[in-house]
Write a protein that binds this ligand. Structure first.
Ligand SMILES: [Zn+2]
Length: 356
């Protein structure tokens, strides 16, 4: 991305101006078209300026006087970028479109800022169809500010939408993440995978797409996941042990031996956690493909794994809402695993909760 492109985010834009974010933008537009917008979104990506521009474009689209529509009288799916309302929102002086940014000194979003915002959101709209509130850098919400905000986040007033932006989703509190629908604007297209990963995901997807109504079926799926994790752990142990100095000395000082053994165990655990997280991320991407297809988005260039057909089969029998819940289940599973909860339990609870 060029400097010029970043600079240009400041000026007017419509959804058509984000060719690199086609996947996320199409999901938003499809939701607009179906009147299925979520009440709270978390936009993740690499550039806050770009995420702000996307949030602004959504605010404009919801309130534009002359929007582009999918059908003659259908809902708006993009803004005109020219009308008085669009210009007002661009200039950030629209009474119903609010922005909260980390305060300059401490770089955090404070509880006072959030209280002001919640007050505004609960007032009747001044001039707009929709109230839109965007929290720029939601990872900078301090704990009190986040807690004060949870209830509003869970149940915003009708005709209002909350948009949280972040370049560091791993720093956002679980309680916040679980109440938002997460959209990825990191601009990643079709995933390139190692053969072993692709084979595993294909097998997992096929098993999920086959009859899964029984508890037994679900535990079989868990078994496939646990087996792969066991293999990963075994490979990591082998590779890291071979590299450890322990292998090179026979008559080590016991204290030194103990230290090296501890270090080896710690590095095995750290690497395993990374790879486990990557494996679950694969499942998340596959479940995202399921969700896209429940929305009727099945163009090859939009899917992460167009070569894996099982996502389409699952999409045929669950609703978009269920598909979204699945994504949230995986998010939560990742968070739980990151917080030292017992692995087998977190995986089992998560897998049993999935709608497949
Ligand atoms: Zn407009």
């Amino acid at each position: 991305m060029t400097f010029l492109a970043l600079y240009e985010y400041k000026t007017a834009m419509s959804f058509a101006d984000f060719p690199e974010q086609k996947q996320g933008v199409q999901l938003l537009q499809r939701s607009l078209e179906r009147g299925r917008l979520a009440h709270a979104y978390l936009f993740g990506g690499h550039h806050l300026a770009e995420l702000e521009a996307l949030a602004r474009t959504l605010a404009k689209t919801l309130n534009c006087q002359n929007p582009k529509r999918a059908t003659a009288n259908g809902p708006a799916i993009d803004c005109c970028d020219e009308c008085a309302v669009c210009r007002k929102i661009d200039a950030e002086n629209h009474g119903d479109v609010h922005w909260v940014r980390p305060e300059s000194k401490s770089r955090v979003v404070t509880i006072d800022q959030m209280r002001d915002l919640m007050h505004e959101i609960h007032l009747k709209p001044n001039e707009a169809e929709y109230k839109v509130a965007t929290i720029v850098a939601a990872d900078r919400l301090n704990v009190q500010a986040a807690n004060a905000f949870l209830k509003t986040l869970e149940e915003p007033p009708p005709k209002s939408i909350l948009i949280l932006l972040t370049t560091e989703p791993q720093r956002i509190l679980e309680t916040i993440i679980s109440r938002c629908l997460r959209l990825n604007f990191a601009g990643e297209g079709t995933r390139k995978l190692a053969t072993a990963q692709l084979e595993w995901l294909t097998a997992f997807g096929e098993m999920a797409a086959a009859e899964q109504k029984s508890l037994l079926g679900r535990y079989r799926l868990l078994g496939v996941l646990l087996k792969r994790l066991g293999e990963l752990k075994g490979d990591i142990e082998k590779a890291l042990t071979a590299r450890s100095p322990l292998e090179r000395y026979d008559d080590l000082d016991p204290k030194l031996r103990e230290k090296w053994e501890d270090e080896l165990a710690a590095s095995i655990e750290a690497e395993y956690r990374l790879q486990r997280s990557d494996l679950l991320a694969l499942l998340q991407w596959w479940l995202r493909d399921v969700w896209m297809q429940t929305m009727g988005l099945n163009g090859g260039e939009l899917l992460s794994f167009p070569q894996i057909s099982s996502a389409g089969a699952v999409a045929k029998r669950i609703s978009s809402e269920q598909a979204i819940k699945n994504l949230q289940v995986l998010e939560r599973m990742q968070r739980l695993l990151g917080s030292n909860v017992q692995e087998a339990l977190a995986l089992e609870v998560g897998l049993l909760e999935l709608s497949l």
